[in-house]
Design a protein around this ligand. Sequence first.
Ligand SMILES: [Zn+2]
Length: 303
Amino acid sequence: MSAARLPLIVGVGEDGLLIPIRRAQRGLKCKCVCPACGARLSAKRGKIKAHHFAHYRVEECAGAVETALHRFAKAVLHHHPKIVLPPVYARGVKRAIEPVRRFAYRRTTEEAGVKGFVADVVLYGASRLIVELKVSHAVDPYKQRVFIRSGIRSVEIDVLAIFKELVQEHRAADTKELARRIINFGGREHGLDVHGHWLFHPAQHQAEYRRRQAAALLKVRHSEWKDRHHYRTIGCPCPERQRFTRGDNWQRAYAKTYQDCAGCPHLVELVHDFAWVGYQWVPVRLAGVRCGFASSNERLPIN
Ligand SMILES: [Zn+2]
């Protein structure tokens, strides 16, 4: 379902404030304009189709729903004192580092400049929290890197996914519920998905950094045998995966890198040799495996 086919559920009133469809008067009496193109809107509140705004005598513009959702979500954050944040996970670690948490804030700034970038909303509570609202496209990797460098906690709320969920439940016009789900986006309630994630959290960053630091760097050896290429991780410590050459000798334990290590829960990183190709460094050949077995398990063989 593309955003273009989703219903428009908020318009902009004469005073410049948002008016949800459930509070609008029927037809042109709603005196609303489109938040994207500024065309007059007519409130369709019939008995058959779901209530929505339609452009009056002009074609529906492309960005109306996205702009409306974006503005609506910003208003929701502005008018609430608390937000539910999702649990924090580190890559490769099953248990959450931090559970679902409420974040109370006193003040919000919209379209705030952060290190040369514009953040959708910044919440000020015990600390600063950047909130990015996903209505059409996600935060690009470059922008995310800026957030990481800045060290400020930042989350992305997938407002579009939350709205689509409501549309599928045939309650698109229920802006109250939409607001509630935006505020509670981080908690998994009534089997609803968590629509959003952490872009940067210092605890996650620390845990991943420590895990990588504690990981052992194992060498990967390449060989050709029977016309096939073989990649072996030398000195694999996991008892479930390790294979042996000639007898039960820990020194010679190995794992098949692609078969065993690539899907192994202890894998921290595949280390590659790099080559300068097409004006950028690209990974070409597997050179090693960073194995987190040592940091995650006490049963480490001596070698
Ligand atoms: Zn429009």
